[in-house]
Ligand binder design. Structure first.
Ligand code: B12
Length: 220
């Protein structure tokens, strides 16, 4: 990785990190991240965001059929590793603890690559994430929120049909008398402003970083 010495401060070239993630060049990426960590905690957040930008490029390369499904899964694993590596540095840089959050893929849907990326990003941002996995029934989500006193719920739906499960989950919070005590954010391909309004969720996002920004706003 290129460095430039700026009055004793090491400058990290985050564009290289983005490129390495985009190219799925694990060895180079891990080397760059090690250098970021050695240089001190200041650049950890920028490095994490660079990884995410690279991941978005991976998504585009998948859409244009340059990459295959296996590449997508590999990229998700790389992102998880990168976030785990950077986590101590992020904590040292003073990323605040933002409290608990429950997230899952809704009932009837087993897609979790996107959800796992969001989990990683939320964890790196400072949330204590309770990940319930995939195909999760509304009553399980409500009960987990009650048991852990959680105020923010993230729902992922990749199948268009599973949008009904978002609705059912929002309804389950209404039925439990908790709807005004929790904030619900939804994400995944079929999700939109219209779906958000129709299901009665509080917010929606496609981009994990936007999702993190919204949740951070709610937490503070
Ligand atoms: C990988 C994949 C699978 C894998 C899933 C592996 C896994 N562990 O997830 C397997 C092979 C198991 C699979 C199965 C099926 N699949 Co599939 N699958 C895909 C594929 C190729 C990629 C999805 C993906 O991971 N994208 C990459 C991630 C990173 O993107 P993402 O999920 O959108 O997530 C991002 C954002 O949406 C957002 N986000 C996601 N969740 C959340 C949550 C919050 C809170 C926030 C803020 C943001 C957020 O952030 C993420 C990161 O950027 C898509 C096709 C495609 N090109 O998208 C089809 C696709 C989603 N599958 C589809 C179908 C139909 C199925 C099956 C029903 C097939 C079948 N007949 O059996 C089954 C589903 C069974 C079930 N009950 O769920 C259809 C869905 C059609 C529709 N509109 O409903 C698609 C679109 C394929 C197609 N063109 O027909 N699938």
């Amino acid at each position: 990785m290129n460095h430039s010495d700026n009055g004793g401060e090491t400058m990290i070239d985050v564009n290289e990190i983005t490129q390495q993630m985009s190219d799925l060049d694990e060895a180079a990426l891990l080397q760059s991240l090690a250098e970021v960590i050695n240089a001190g905690p200041e650049s950890a957040l920028a490095a994490l965001q660079a990884c995410q930008a690279g991941l978005e490029q991976v998504g585009k390369r998948f859409e244009t059929q340059e990459y295959f499904l296996s590449d997508l899964i590999y990229a998700g694993e790389l992102m998880t590793d990168a976030a785990a590596l950077l986590k101590p540095a992020l904590a040292e840089a003073g990323t605040a603890t933002l409290g608990k959050l429950v997230i899952c893929t809704v009932k009837g849907d087993i897609h979790d690559i996107g959800k796992n990326i969001v989990v990683t990003m939320l964890g790196a941002a400072g949330f204590d994430v309770i990940d319930l996995g995939v195909d999760v029934a509304p009553e399980v989500i409500v009960q987990t929120a009650i048991d852990n006193d959680v105020k923010i719920i993230g729902l992922s739906s990749v199948l268009t049909l599973a949008v009904d499960s978002i609705q059912a989950t929002v309804d389950a919070f209404v039925a439990a008398g908790l709807r005004d005590q929790v904030k619900i954010i939804i994400g995944g391909n079929p999700v939109s402003a219209t779906v958000c309004e129709k299901t009665g969720a509080d917010a929606w996002a496609h981009n994990p970083q936007d999702g993190v920004t919204i949740c951070r706003g709610w937490a503070s």
